[in-house]
Design a protein. Structure first.
Length: 410
C-alpha cells in the first residue's frame, strides 16, 4: 500500500509540474512555433527590419535621405500587400555616427524588438563592430556602407548591395590619370581622422603608388568643421593641382569648396561616393564648378526606368516635392530596400534566417532598372556590385552629369 501511495504522489507531482510549465510557457510566450516566429521578427502578417542610421548626428545630411528611401520603398511594397502576405515594419534607431550608439541600437533591435534582419549602421567603425555581433547572433546584416571589412574576410550573415570602398578610389584615380592625363600631377588627399577616412586614404595611396606617384599633401578635415582655411593654405604651399576627398561627407566638402574659391585655389576636386550628393551643389553653388565625384548609383532626375519608378512612387506619397532634387543617397536607400525585398521574396513563405541567406546567395544579375549596375551574390561572395561612374557637378542645373558609363572595378 505504501508503495502504491508513493507512486500516486509522484504522478500527482508530475502533473502539477507539467501544468506549471505550460502556464509559464504561455506567460513568457515560448511555446512551439509561436516562440520561434516572434523571436526571429516574423509573424503571420509582419516582418520586422531594424534600421541603424544617423538621424541627428554629423552624417545626418547624408543618411536621413537613405532612411527616407528605405521607408518609402517599404511603404510602396506594403500597399501592394507586402511580401507573401507580410507587411514590412522598419524600426529605425539613431546611431549619430557613433560606435557606442550603434552597439546600443543593435542590442535594442535584436534583443528587445527581436527584428528579423538589420540595415546599417552609418560608420566604418560601427559596421566593423556590428559585423562581429551579427555573425555571433546569426542575424542578417545589410551594411549601409561598404568598407572592405564587411566582406573580407567572408561573413555568412553580412552583405552589401554595392562595391567596396577601395575600388571607388581605384576607379577615381585611374580616371584622373588615364582619362584626364594631367601633366606633372601633384595630388593632395583630404580625409577625416576616422576609420572611414583612413581606409580611403590608404586605398588612394596604394593606387597612386601603382602609378608611381605619392601624395603631394595630406590634410585632415573632420565632419563638423566650419573652417578649412589652414588646410587650403597648406594645399597652396604644396602647389597641388588636384585634390581627392577620401571618406568625406557633404558638410566638410561644402566647407572646403567654399574655402578653395575664397583663397583662389582653382583646382579640380574629386570626391568619394558620399560627397556625390546634390546637397553639395545646393549649398556650395559656384564653388562646385570644378567638382567631380564617383558613385555607384544614379540620381532622382536621371533617365532610366528605375529612376522613373522611384519618382512616381515617391511623389505619390510626397506630392509637390520634385525639387530640390533628392540626391543619390536617396537612391542608395531605395536600392537597398529593393534588394532586401527581392531576397525576402525569394526566401518564400516559410521565412527564416538561413533561408534568407540562401535566397540572397541565389541572386544573379539583379536589375534595378538602371539605378546601378547589376547585382549578384554567391555562397563565397556577399559583395553585390562592382561598378562605378564618374560624375561632374553642374551647379547651374543642380545636377551631377555622368561622364562615363559603368566602370567595373578590379
Amino acid at each position: 500500500m505504501e508503495k502504491k501511495a508513493f507512486t500516486l504522489d509522484l504522478q500527482g507531482f508530475s502533473i502539477w509540474v507539467l501544468v506549471a510549465i505550460l502556464i509559464l510557457s504561455g506567460l513568457f510566450g515560448i511555446t512551439g512555433s509561436a516562440y520561434s516566429a516572434e523571436a526571429r521578427g516574423v509573424t503571420d502578417d509582419t516582418v520586422k527590419i531594424g534600421v541603424i542610421l544617423d538621424q541627428t548626428g554629423p552624417a545626418a545630411d547624408v543618411v536621413v535621405p537613405t532612411t527616407q528611401g528605405i521607408k518609402t520603398y517599404f511603404k510602396y511594397i506594403n500597399e501592394q500587400g507586402g511580401i507573401n502576405g507580410r507587411k514590412l515594419n522598419p524600426m529605425v534607431e539613431d546611431d549619430r555616427y557613433s560606435i557606442p550608439l550603434a552597439i546600443t541600437a543593435f542590442k535594442k533591435l535584436v534583443f528587445k524588438d527581436r527584428v528579423f534582419a538589420l540595415i546599417g549602421p552609418t560608420s566604418t567603425g560601427g559596421v566593423t563592430v556590428l559585423s562581429r555581433h551579427a555573425e555571433k547572433e546569426k542575424i542578417p546584416l545589410m551594411s549601409a556602407i561598404m568598407p572592405e571589412i564587411t566582406v573580407k574576410p567572408f561573413k555568412k550573415y553580412v552583405f552589401i548591395f554595392g562595391d567596396i570602398y577601395p575600388n571607388q578610389m581605384n576607379i577615381l584615380i585611374d580616371y584622373i590619370l588615364n582619362d584626364l592625363k594631367p601633366k606633372k600631377p601633384r595630388i593632395a588627399l583630404v580625409y577625416p581622422d576616422n576609420e572611414t577616412g583612413k581606409v580611403d586614404r590608404e586605398s588612394a595611396m596604394k593606387r597612386l603608388k601603382s602609378h608611381n606617384l605619392a601624395p603631394a599633401s595630406k590634410e585632415v578635415l573632420n565632419p563638423g568643421s566650419l573652417d578649412a582655411s589652414s588646410q587650403v593654405m597648406n594645399l597652396k604651399k604644396a602647389n597641388v593641382n588636384c585634390i581627392i576627398l577620401c571618406g568625406q561627407i557633404p558638410q566638410p566638402t561644402i566647407v572646403l569648396l567654399r574655402e578653395l574659391k575664397k583663397f583662389g585655389l582653382n583646382v579640380p576636386v574629386f570626391g568619394s561616393w558620399a560627397t556625390c550628393a546634390e546637397e553639395v551643389l545646393n549649398m556650395a553653388g559656384d564653388s562646385a564648378k570644378r567638382f567631380y565625384a564617383v558613385n555607384h548609383m544614379m540620381s532622382w532626375y536621371d533617365d532610366c526606368p528605375g529612376a522613373a519608378e522611384m519618382r512616381k512612387v515617391t511623389l505619390k506619397y510626397f506630392p509637390g516635392t520634385e525639387k530640390p532634387y533628392r540626391g543619390k543617397i536617396y537612391t542608395h536607400g531605395w536600392v537597398g530596400a529593393r534588394v532586401m525585398v527581392e531576397i525576402l521574396k525569394k526566401a518564400g513563405k516559410d521565412l527564416d534566417r538561413e533561408g534568407f541567406i540562401k535566397a540572397m546567395e541565389s541572386i544573379k544579375n539583379f536589375d534595378t532598372g538602371g539605378l546601378c549596375g547589376s547585382l549578384s551574390y554567391s555562397s563565397t561572395s556577399h559583395k553585390g556590385g562592382n561598378t562605378w561612374k564618374i560624375f561632374k557637378a553642374d551647379p547651374a542645373s543642380g545636377k551631377f552629369i555622368p561622364l562615363t558609363g559603368w566602370r567595373k572595378s578590379d
